[in-house]
Design a protein around this ligand. Structure first.
Ligand code: NDP
Length: 291
């Protein structure tokens, strides 16, 4: 039976480390690191996410501020807001909550964020840095996956890893991070043939698809480590992952639950990235954060 990778506990540990780094930053610079979150429109789920992000900042001693704008904001007005935030010295991280209303050009808005303040790690400069092995700010969810693997002391050197899903925010960066740690990586997607067989030969499985229970127990190599990024609403309204948890837990050595697995790590890594951005911009050596 697999051991559970408890995202809540690992995230709490990371947050307390971030809080120490925040206190150190305040002592040296005389101000708190700050994250500014922009939200457009009134999507209830997005409202909850941004509130939680700002609250998490305050809890570790950072400044967390939400900038709410109406759903009919123009592209020019939104770009002006992003530019004005990125020009402020007390703003270390800028995050634009997605999705944006259809009339706005999401790519152009994300590209307008100063790469040094791009705590989501979605800017092409940061994506390129990750690709060329010079990671600056790395997307939070894949970073959270790596933190969990490190917590479980999983040896990635030479391991076979499969990432199911190739989005820019999860799948691709997760694959690159695993590659950077010397795993032999398969990036699978909707056109992949023999997905079950590719999975069954993998020591590490990262599922980031958005299909409830896609990964079955018999796809899991005995002893493999399973990270389930997927968040899906089951028929009974409960949250479930992409992995058939009970079946997979019979064979895996470690597995993340949903909820309470990768999810809490994402927000803890956002805090880590904000602190990292503050330290980098201040030209200070980075504090030791990895678990
Ligand atoms: P996307 O929809 O952008 O990407 C999904 C990927 O899954 C695509 O690459 C797609 O392939 C692939 N895919 C779809 N169907 C299959 C299939 N049957 N077999 C194999 N691959 C398939 O999703 P995201 O990357 O944004 O998110 C993935 C999941 O992770 C979602 O459930 C999301 O809610 C969750 N998530 C969780 C987070 C957390 O904090 N825990 C944060 C971010 C996301 P193709 O490219 O060929 O279309």
């Amino acid at each position: 039976m697999a051991q559970i990778l408890d995202g809540k506990a690992i995230a709490a540990d990371l947050r307390s480390r971030v809080a120490v780094g925040v206190r150190d930053f305040v002592a040296r610079r005389g101000r708190r690191p700050g994250l500014d979150v922009v939200i457009v429109g009134d999507d209830p789920a997005s409202q909850v996410y941004v509130r939680n992000k700002a609250k998490a900042c305050e809890e570790v001693g950072m400044r967390g501020e939400v900038h709410r704008r109406p759903g009919d904001i123009t592209q020019a007005e939104l770009l002006a807001l992003v530019h004005s935030l990125c020009a402020r010295d007390d703003v270390d991280g800028v995050l634009v909550q997605l999705p944006l209303p259809k009339h706005l050009d999401e790519t152009a808005v994300l590209d307008a964020i100063d790469p040094r303040r791009d705590v989501d790690g979605f800017h092409p400069m940061n994506a390129g840095a990750l690709l060329s092995g010079r990671p600056a700010l790395v997307p939070c969810t894949p970073l959270g996956c790596m933190r969990m693997l490190d917590h479980a002391k999983v040896s990635l050197d030479g391991a076979r890893a499969i990432v199911i899903g190739r989005s820019n925010i999860v799948g691709k960066p997760a694959g690159l991070l695993l590659l950077a740690r010397n795993a032999t990586v398969t990036l699978a997607h909707s056109r992949t043939r023999d997905l079950a067989a590719r999975c069954a030969e993998s020591d590490v499985v990262v599922a980031a698809v958005g299909r409830a229970g896609l990964v079955r127990g018999d796809w899991i190599k005995p002893g493999a480590v399973v990270l389930d990024v997927g968040i899906n609403r089951g028929a009974d309204g409960k949250l479930v992952g992409d992995v058939a948890y009970d079946e997979a837990a019979e064979r895996a050595s470690w597995i993340t639950p949903v909820p309470g697995g990768v999810g809490p790590m994402t927000i803890a890594c956002l805090l880590e990235n904000t602190l990292r951005a503050a330290w980098m911009r201040a030209g200070l050596p980075l504090p030791e954060l990895p678990l």
